[in-house]
Design a binder for this molecule. Sequence first.
Ligand SMILES: [Fe+2]
Ligand SMILES: [Fe+2]
Length: 215
Amino acid sequence: MKNPDLLEEIYQFLPCSTPALWVEQALENLDILLIDHAQCEKKAASTAMNLMYRYVDKPDLLKKMSQLAREELLHFEQVVTILEERGIRYEHLTAARYASGLRQHIRKGADELIDVLIIGAFIEARSCERFMALIPHLDEALGKYYQSLVRSEGRHYRDYLDLAQQYASAPIDERIAFFAEVEKELIESDDDTFRFHSGPVVIKQDLKQDQAQPA
Ligand SMILES: [Fe+2]
Ligand SMILES: [Fe+2]
């Protein structure tokens, strides 16, 4: 990353780092990671476009979200190419609990936009942090590609945060602190499905099956 200050800012912004167990599981489930990564890029573009439909009276938001949507779609195409090159079949995956776990706290009314933008900043920041956690363990081609994504997702984090500050009528520090706590729980607590933004997975079901089997 050319801008180490931005990466430092992202580490400060996030409430915790990715658990080592998640990194281990990502390396064991690289196919799922890449498919879900493609999904995330597509979803990021569509979230940005939804904001463009909804807030037509905010030119700064329209321009930043339009640029962001284009970049996310380009990332989507790049990840689809990586899937093709690696012979990984793009299948539908269920969504992680992460985004919905954050979005369930969105307030209604005038504060809704601010919350959506803060959540956008968290998602982009976490993506950067996860790319950085993965890079040392990846093959050269994927490592280089993820390094290039850190730059753009870092910029997206900054855009979301700047827009949230710009359109808020009061300081947003408390709201950021609230979402930081929610985010930390989603990243650190046991999850039941491995995804790009999941917590570490503890396979309780298999354990139960093992116990149910006669010795
Ligand atoms: Fe992206
Ligand atoms: Fe992004």
